[in-house]
Ligand binder design. Structure first.
Ligand code: SF4
Ligand code: SF4
Length: 373
């Protein structure tokens, strides 16, 4: 990014300069080795390091210069604030970057409006007999809302989210100095997929993540895995259902044993347990390690995932009852809000962290081959 450096990037620069002289934490995660490859830090470098940090807290607990020392070194919190500010800095279009301010309130309002619009929409276009009727068999859902309307609405929301995310990634990619040709670097990509897939750097250098005290645990990692893989399974269920519909001419709802339902149910359970665990872990975490301003953003995203799963599973269980119509309106209202807010909420942390991991894998590779930067 260009222009005047923000206060948080100035502070991040100061800390990285202190850490670069100290280097005590270099075995804890990817941030310190990446920092050591530099003597000076551009804004892009600092945003890269901030997004590479997984917030495990180990470097705060280990640091001999943390408060009340006069050096006032708090790397986890500083990088958390810088990371959160980077989401707004790279948001597309920039006019919507303000959505990251009071994000919890913004997401809650959008979700409430979306659910309300679908409920009133369903009530407006369906008479009571249809809205509260019992519908079974293939095509049951489409008696309340035509499949073509669902595809048009959700396809547009999904494509918009993808476009906004791609544009954000493009800005981040350029800011951290990566050339376009980097996309062909399969080795770094695979390394980043492995590192992201098992949250390699959320383990405090092997001991676990620090939470409410000096005793690290794998709690956050486990609940994060449940959330991420739950989300992935739900997405896979949607993809399989789309293939069923368009290639095999098989209409939803599907039987309990059918692949979209099995994937969606397993994913849905992960998306119930994972977010609850993350929320509990978050509420117990030592406030000194986190960005207090973004608590709302994190809770809102976790809440949206939880509600998506809860309403989806309720719809599955009650789909052959009179509750199906209202539940379908609520579920797709939540899902629609989730889609359109993906580029403007906590979801982006996964995308930018993955890009930072690719960058780190590349740097390691270049160091190993002696090419340098
Ligand atoms: S966090 Fe503290 S101990 Fe770790 S490298 Fe930085 S200054 Fe040194
Ligand atoms: S909080 Fe954890 S991941 Fe972040 S810089 Fe410190 S040790 Fe690394």
């Amino acid at each position: 990014m260009h222009g005047t450096r923000t206060a948080i990037l100035t502070e991040t620069d100061r800390l990285m300069t202190v850490c670069n002289s100290c280097r005590y934490c270099e075995g804890l995660c990817a941030v310190f080795p990446a920092m050591e490859m530099r003597r000076a830090f551009s804004d892009g470098d600092l945003n890269y390091l901030a997004n590479l940090c997984h917030g495990c807290g180990a470097c705060y607990v280990d640091c001999q210069f943390s408060p009340p020392h006069e050096f006032n070194v708090n790397v986890p919190k500083t990088l958390a604030v810088a990371r959160n500010e980077s989401y707004a800095a790279y948001a597309w279009p920039q006019a919507l970057s303000g959505l990251f301010v009071r994000n919890g309130v913004v997401i809650s309002i959008i979700a409430a409006l979306s659910v309300a619009v679908f409920i009133f929409g369903f009530a407006a276009v369906n008479d009571r007999a249809v809205l509260y009727g019992v519908h079974t068999g293939p095509g049951a859902f489409y008696q309340l809302m035509p499949h073509s309307a669902m595809v048009a609405l959700f396809g547009a929301a999904f494509l918009y989210a993808i476009l906004a995310l791609v544009m954000g990634v493009r800005a981040f990619w350029r800011d951290i100095g990566e050339p376009v040709r980097m996309t062909t670097d399969a080795k770094s990509l695979l390394q980043a997929i492995r590192d992201a897939g098992d949250l390699r750097y959320l383990d405090g250098g092997g001991v676990g993540c620090f939470n409410e005290d000096d005793h690290p645990t794998d709690r956050r990692k486990i609940f994060h895995h449940l959330t991420f893989y739950g989300f992935a399974l739900c997405f896979a269920a949607t993809c399989v259902a789309t293939i069923y519909h368009f290639l095999l001419a098989r209409e939803a709802p599907y039987a309990w044993w059918d692949l979209p339902v099995v994937l969606g149910t397993l994913g849905g359970i992960g998306l119930l347990v994972g977010p609850i665990g993350l929320l509990l872990a978050k509420s117990r975490r030592d406030p000194v390690l986190v960005d207090p301003q973004r608590f709302g953003m994190e809770v809102a995203f976790i809440g949206m995932l939880f509600l998506t799963s809860l309403t989806g599973l309720l719809l599955l269980v009650l789909r052959e009852t009179a509750a199906m119509g209202p539940l379908l309106a609520i579920h797709i209202g939540v899902v629609f809000a989730l889609f359109i807010t993906l580029p403007y909420g906590k979801f982006v942390h996964g995308i930018y962290r993955f890009i930072a991991l690719i960058r780190y894998a590349r740097e390691r590779q270049m160091m190993a081959s002696g090419a340098g930067e």
